[in-house]
Design a protein around this ligand. Structure first.
Ligand code: FAD
Length: 365
């Protein structure tokens, strides 16, 4: 039996964009870190999931990384060169941010299971036990890659990888690679791998390219649609799945190379490759699943009420509050799964959770 290491009021679980934003706002509202709230993170260093992403993901190939509250990202860059790697630039920014606002993060601390204990939550981790009145969960999606089930998957003698496993295109040299998925990551990795080796691109639906730039209106519309889903207790869709892909000059270049030749989804996986409905087969050495991520929430299974629609019903100003358990907020989830969304969600969750806890009679500052 573990002793409770820390008994505070609020636990922020995860120190990516969403967790740091929430922590910043808790502190601004007068809470003291270590006494009133704690931040726990599984990763060895600052940077959230960015520290694990592949080297060729640069500031020119990401969409846009929004500033955390109170500190500019751009000012922390040592160069104006946009070819700088996101997996070093963002962790460096987060590290400076944690120092500037004195947001000490307990790491590496992996939360395994949260359970209710009298009027508190007990947070069991890989080493110690924490006890809190409320939770702001900001664990992102990186730890929960999604690969759909296809018949024959276990027979395949080649390698099945997910976006999460991608390090360099060079790894695929001399191999035939089936790239699955119609999102931004699929297309970016297809572009890189197809410059080194042969590829087959398969997607469930023809990819939806947007005409014109990805403007604020399109962003608001996409976020509103995902927000509507989670307010109804439906599982969230990724924001990109709703917006479609911007038809950029990079995409035009890939198209000109003849690589964006899309095949429909196969029916089954065989020992040697894939097979479509019409019986045609394609041999392959690797199937690279760029089929997205789902929220990493399994540590909350015992305390998150699930709806029959398959999701978690959310409420509150920005839909960060769990409708049936308002002492838990999910930030970076559903409509706030972007750097800008995570920022705003952190602020809303901090305010609303403090209100909820003071309504039930806890003195918080
Ligand atoms: P994360 O950055 O994933 O942070 C979650 C943290 O929780 C991690 O530090 C992790 O260690 C910790 N954690 C997880 N589980 C546990 C646990 N059980 N116990 C303790 N700690 C735990 N968004 C944009 O706005 N612009 C972009 O250009 C952009 N590009 C992207 C490119 C790629 C390839 C991907 C995959 C995503 C991209 N996104 C982009 C989405 C964006 O990265 C996230 O939505 C955003 O960073 C929000 O981060 P977060 O804090 O929710 O999650």
């Amino acid at each position: 039996i573990k002793n409770i290491r820390y008994k505070t009021k609020i636990a922020v679980i995860g120190a990516g964009q969403a967790g740091l934003s929430a922590a910043y706002h808790l502190k601004r509202m007068g809470l003291t870190i270590g006494k009133d709230f704690i931040i726990l993170d599984e990763a060895p260093s600052p940077g959230g999931a960015w520290q694990f992403r592949w080297d060729s993901l640069t500031l020119s190939t990401v969409n846009k990384i929004h500033d955390l509250p109170g500190m500019s990202f751009e000012e922390t860059l040592s160069t104006s060169d946009t070819e700088v790697q996101a997996n070093t630039a963002v962790p460096h920014y987060f590290e400076l941010y944690e120092k500037k606002f004195e947001l000490q993060v307990y790491r590496p601390v992996k939360v395994d299971k949260v359970y209710a204990h009298h009027n508190r939550f007990h947070i069991d981790t890989n080493n110690e036990l924490f006890s809190d009145l409320g939770i702001i969960n900001a664990t992102g999606t990186w730890e929960n890659p999604y690969i759909p089930d296809y018949p024959g998957a276990a027979l395949f003698q080649g390698e099945q990888l997910h976006t999460k496993d991608f390090k360099t295109a060079d790894y695929f040299r001399g191999k035939h690679v089936i790239v699955v998925g119609g999102g931004i990551s699929a297309i970016q990795l297809l572009d890189q791998i197809s410059q080194i080796t042969t590829t087959t691109w398969v997607t469930r639906r023809p990819p939806l390219f947007r005409e014109g730039p990805f403007d604020d209106m399109a962003g608001h519309h996409a976020v509103a649609m995902v927000e509507e889903r989670v307010r109804q207790g439906l599982p969230p869709l990724s924001v990109v799945a709703v917006t479609g892909l911007p038809y950029t000059s990079e995409i035009q270049k890939i198209e000109q190379r003849g690589v964006l030749k899309r095949f429909p989804m196969f029916k089954e996986i065989t020992e040697k490759g894939i097979k479509w409905d019409n019986g045609i087969e394609q041999k392959a050495d690797v199937i690279l699943w760029n089929t997205g991520f789902k929220s990493s929430l399994s540590h909350l299974d015992a305390v998150l009420p699930k709806e029959v629609q398959g999701g978690i019903q959310m409420t509150g100003r920005l839909a960060t509050m769990v409708a049936k358990e308002p002492r838990i907020h999910l930030v970076g989830y559903g409509p706030s799964a972007s750097t800008i969304g995570a920022n705003r969600a952190g602020s809303a969750a901090a305010k609303e959770l403090l209100n909820t806890l003071s309504d039930v009679g806890h003195s918080l500052t």
